[in-house]
Design a protein around this ligand. Structure first.
Ligand code: DSN
Length: 427
């Protein structure tokens, strides 16, 4: 069977070998091109990152670290990993970098392995308050194998109350304190967390998965001078492949490396390591600083435009790339709104809001962000239109107005066509 022309052009070998699968990838490319992608943990990687992650490096096993491997034939793999490590250290100003964790959850698990014993107390932000599963939340291995104690945000401000965090830390004396999370619209005070961790005798882990690109680009303060360990994925605002890194001071290098391999993982994914190196090269450019600041400017403009339309935003706005919207006052559950917006070509995720009376799988809010639209070159001048589409989409979702959703979808597709996404074929 001859594959359709577009599949053959984008993935010729794949289209010839497996047209069914090629068609699915082609459809995903089309979807990513045509829609306004607002999930704050997603992005568009460059063609260079995509190319590096689809190379023969994936054919190679490299258990160990550069110069200390358990397999021969590392002539080119060692320099790839050394390059990624050197670039990670340079971009973030860190003394040590491990680029092997497969993703954010394994990276965080390696931190537990390096610094804690099963049954120890660990402290993190509660998942429904904006934290992450791996910060000691009950359903995660980290909450089952460790004793998780959790802090949240204040009901009146939607902000982390550092006095409460300090009281909890001094009472519970955790081995690890995590700061950072998945639904935090405000600046993280790493220095204050470090002071609390010092007082409590805990290791401070800054999970900057969401904001790594903002930190790299100088649009969010860096945890490097303050945190003992920094954990991050590489595929969110940092705009790299799906992977992760652990950064630390030299004193923790051995413990972290041992925990990642052989403690937790086998062979690193060398094609991902290479793509991380490319992403870090891109992140070292002045243009990436502009990108990081533009993400924040867009999020602030979008938050203002949503507030002007009567939306209730957790903490009243944003300092970073992310906006958490409580739709209770709009009388529509988050999931219904998210699904309606999806039909309108606007991709978001439903999300709990702090003190949510609804269930996590059917919560009160939606979570949006600006990394992807900023990668397409949209600026603050476009945020009124984006807010207007969200407003009309949420109203149409509440009223079941499919015609209105289809109209928004066409308008969105027009704007997207004028702003091609990095890494996507233009035919
Ligand atoms: N799944 C990520 C996010 O969307 O924030 C966190 O792990």
């Amino acid at each position: 069977m001859t594959p359709p022309a577009s599949h053959a052009a984008h993935h010729p070998a794949l289209a010839a070998e497996d047209p069914e699968l090629a068609a699915l990838i082609d459809a995903e490319e089309r979807l990513q091109a045509d829609t306004l992608r607002l999930i704050p943990s997603e992005n568009y990687v460059s063609s260079a990152v995509l190319e590096a992650s689809g190379t023969v490096l994936q054919n190679k096993y490299s258990e160990g670290y550069p110069g200390r491997r358990y397999y021969e034939g590392q002539q080119h793999i060692d320099p790839v990993e050394r390059l990624a490590v050197a670039r990670a250290k340079a971009v973030f100003g860190a003394e040590h970098a491990n680029v092997q964790p497969y993703s954010g959850s394994p990276a965080n698990l390696a931190v537990y392995l390096a610094f804690a014993e099963p049954g120890d107390t660990v402290m993190g932000m509660a998942l429904p308050m904006g934290g992450h599963l791996t910060h000691g939340w009950g359903v995660s291995a980290t909450g089952k194998w460790f004793r998780g104690v959790q802090y949240g945000v204040r009901r009146d401000t939607g902000l982390v109350d550092l006095d409460e965090v300090r009281d909890l830390a001094l009472r519970e004396r955790p081995k690890l304190i995590f700061c950072g999370g998945t639904a935090l619209p405000r600046t993280i005070d790493f220095e204050a967390f470090a002071g609390i961790a010092r007082e409590a005798g805990a290791v401070l882990v800054a999970d900057i998965a969401h904001i790594a690109g903002l930190v790299a680009g100088g649009a969010h303060p860096s945890p490097v001078p303050h945190a003992d360990v920094i954990s991050t994925t590489t595929h969110k605002t940092l705009r790299g492949p799906r992977g992760a890194m652990l950064l630390s001071r030299e004193e923790h290098a051995k413990a972290i490396d041992k925990a990642v391999f052989p403690g937790l993982q086998g062979g690193p994914h060398n094609q991902t390591t290479a793509a991380i190196a490319v992403a870090l090269h891109e992140a070292s450019r002045d243009s990436f600083r502009d990108y990081a600041h533009a993400i924040v400017a867009n999020a602030r403009a979008l938050a203002d435009a949503l507030l002007a339309r009567g939306f209730d935003l957790v903490s009243g706005g944003t300092d970073n790339h992310l906006i958490l919207m409580d739709l209770t006052s709009k009388d529509v559950p988050g999931k219904i709104a998210a699904k309606a917006l999806d039909r309108a070509g606007i991709v978001v995720n439903h999300n709990t809001v702090p003190f949510d009376p609804r269930k996590p799988f059917d919560p009160s809010g939606i979570r949006i962000g600006t990394p992807s639209l900023t990668s397409r070159g949209l600026g603050t001048e476009h945020m009124e239109a984006v807010a207007d589409w969200i407003d009309r989409g949420v109203a149409a979702g509440r009223g079941g107005d499919e015609e209105a959703l289809a109209k928004i979808r066409a308008e969105v597709a027009d704007l997207m066509a004028a702003h091609p996404a990095p890494g996507l074929p233009t035919i």
